[in-house]
Write a protein that binds this ligand. Structure first.
Ligand code: PMP
Length: 396
């Protein structure tokens, strides 16, 4: 008997969803990736992307990727540490450090591997990592590989964070790790209070800016949540990814020289993994340049965000605490969440179904996300359709 196969056969949730005709995953896009995409030969409006600035098909980003491929080739046959560093990796790191007002930055192969690698090596057995229960899976992966003591605090519950900080040894490193914008619910971390508590208990802070880079920041800077609160200088480590606003793949961590120097030589996901391709590096650099020089894109994203949040609220949707382009439409039932995804797709709208473990089992939702390139007409069309379907299923 093939024990592995037998064991895997028991995992039948996808087959059941397929049999019910509501399987929502791996829908292959056959076109470019702006606000309208083609899937199975059908045009649909994309309201499930994290490309918040809509730069994935920007001519300058594409040209930069093509030019880098022509100059350097297609792949990287080694890690940054050894034979995998190009001058354009260093240029991108310099630009990122500059943008984030930090000494230095290191580029990793993905955002996931930044969190995994940084948290896995930065603090030791004698130290503590204190984390928000809704932090991204990549942070949790990092915690799993860390030898430090880990204390979880209830989502954005500052009294609970303080209680956890009190449990730590005053002489040990205490690293508080939070998402800047929580990826499924779209709410912001309470950074001002976290900074106060960090000062009181002599703790350090790391913020994941995956969904805030290119979105938040003073005067539409797109620098992220730390800049939004004017607290960049109080945050020790800022993590970001290229897979969302920066129209590429890869991630980075920025901070003070001694910390980044340590990470450069110790983060295993960086040392033992090939660096990002020339095309990905050049695309991220070009997107960052556009972000810096065209704040009107961020401004537009916010106009659309306020518009859509108001439209949903006027129709009675329960949106939770979002204040960003990520809008959770709570369904609280797995099958209905899949069914709505399918019905919307049939009506020409792509959204993402979000079920456990991305959210707790009782909080399943449709994740509706905006890009700066959406039009008001597209948003109106989507919201009208979503409203009709939610009403039909007695959810409104
Ligand atoms: N952090 C957060 C908060 C995320 O949402 C994600 C990806 N969804 C990541 C990290 C990982 O980034 P990447 O997809 O670039 O690996």
């Amino acid at each position: 008997m093939n024990l592995l196969r037998e064991k895997m056969m028991k995992y039948d949730a996808p087959q059941r969803a397929k049999a019910a005709g509501i399987y929502p995953y791996f829908r292959a896009i056959e076109s470019d990736q702006d606000t309208e995409v083609v899937i199975s030969g059908k045009k649909v409006l994309m309201f499930g992307s994290n490309a918040y600035l809509g730069l994935t098909n920007h001519p300058k980003v594409i040209e930069a990727a093509v030019a880098a491929t022509k100059k350097y080739g297609t792949g990287m046959a080694g890690s940054r540490f050894l034979n995998g560093t190009l001058d354009i990796h260093i240029e991108l790191e310099r630009k990122l450090a500059n943008f984030m007002n930090k000494d230095e930055a290191i580029v990793f192969s993905t955002g996931f591997s930044v969190n995994e690698g940084v948290l896995g090596c930065l603090t030791g057995r004698e130290d503590y990592i204190i984390w928000d229960e809704r932090d991204h899976a990549s942070i949790i992966e990092g915690l799993r590989t860390s030898f430090s003591t880990k204390y979880k605090f209830r989502h954005n519950d500052m009294a609970h964070l303080e209680k956890q900080l009190k449990r730590c040894d005053a002489q040990s490193v205490k690293l508080i790790v939070v998402d800047g914008v929580f990826s499924m619910e779209g709410d912001l971390t309470n950074l001002p209070e976290i900074v106060k508590l960090a000062r009181k208990y002599n703790a350090n802070i790391m913020v994941d800016e995956a969904h805030s880079l290119g979105v938040l920041g003073k005067k539409y800077s797109g620098r992220g949540v730390c800049d939004h609160f004017g607290l960049l200088g109080d945050v020790d480590l800022v993590m970001g990814t290229f897979s969302k606003s920066l129209a590429s793949i890869g991630g980075f961590i920025a901070g003070d020289y001694p910390v980044i120097n340590y990470l450069r030589h110790n983060a295993r996901t960086n040392i033992f993994s090939a660096s990002i391709t020339p095309a990905a590096t050049a695309a991220a650099t070009a997107a960052l340049d556009i972000l810096k020089s065209e704040p009107e894109r961020v401004k537009r994203l916010w106009e659309l965000t306020y518009y859509a949040i108001n439209q949903f609220k006027e129709r009675g949707f329960e949106l939770g605490p979002t204040s960003t382009p990520i809008m959770p439409l709570y369904v609280r039932d797995n099958d209905k969440t899949f069914l709505i995804t399918k019905m919307l797709f049939e009506n020409g709208i792509f959204v993402n179904p979000v079920v456990s473990p991305a959210v707790s089992p009782g909080d399943t939702l449709i994740r509706f996300s905006l890009m700066a390139t959406h039009t008001i007409d597209q948003i109106d069309f989507a919201i009208e359709n979503i409203t009709k379907i939610f009403k039909k299923l007695d959810l409104l």
